[in-house]
Unconditional design. Structure first.
Length: 201
């Protein structure tokens, strides 16, 4: 079963390969990783923060369209509203308000789902598309469940990997699966999910 941290995967693919929007297809990526390792792909679960349209109309519309398409494709999608922290800072003697978006609760929800679904025996391998080190806390929990249920369970961290990658490490304590640029680009979604008003004429 795939657990895709949508924003984390996007940011690392942007750093590693120069892709400037979340143009991956999570179903294709999951199938690729499973095929490489001899696993049978199961459900894809996708997690992302969604912007406030008053803060970023284009990205809010993009994610509204993208989430709908993912659900129609059979992906289980979890969203959380992005929160915004505003700070007043001094620049060259002038005061300016700087807005910082913050994704809250996505990693917690993803971690809880991995543990809950392991207990329900919904998967043997959790393929986590993320490099968020906070998620390493789930590994011991899953190992304990494996012992309790007397069955083999694995947690895998799959992530973009290349010379420009900002981080070359998967989640600690997991099996790492590196995805190079050539393989990543075989798993793209060609559709433009931006609202019509933002598409190039």
């Amino acid at each position: 079963m795939a657990f895709v941290d949508g924003q984390n995967l996007y940011q690392h693919a942007k750093d590693a390969f120069g892709h400037h929007h979340p143009n991956y297809d999570p179903i294709k990526l999951h199938k690729f990783v499973c095929d490489q390792n001899g696993w049978v792909p199961n459900l894809v679960r996708f997690y992302t923060g969604v912007p406030d349209p008053n803060e970023n109309e284009m990205w809010a519309g993009y994610w509204s369209n993208r989430v709908l398409a993912l659900k129609r494709a059979g992906v289980a999608v979890t969203t959380r509203p992005i929160r915004y922290r505003k700070e007043i800072i001094a620049i060259d003697g002038n005061s300016e308000t700087v807005t910082t978006p913050q994704e809250k609760g996505i990693d917690v929800r993803l971690a809880l789902d991995i543990v809950s679904l392991a207990r329900k025996r919904n998967f043997d391998v959790a393929v986590v598309f993320s490099q968020d080190q906070d998620l390493q806390e789930i590994v011991q929990e899953v190992r304990d469940i494996s012992v309790e249920q007397d069955r083999w369970i694995k947690v895998v961290s799959a992530y973009p990997f290349g010379p420009q990658a900002s981080s070359k490490r998967g989640i600690d304590k997991t099996q790492w699966v590196k995805i190079d640029q050539e393989d990543y680009e075989k798993c793209l979604d060609p559709k433009d999910y931006r609202p019509a008003k933002f598409k190039a004429k």
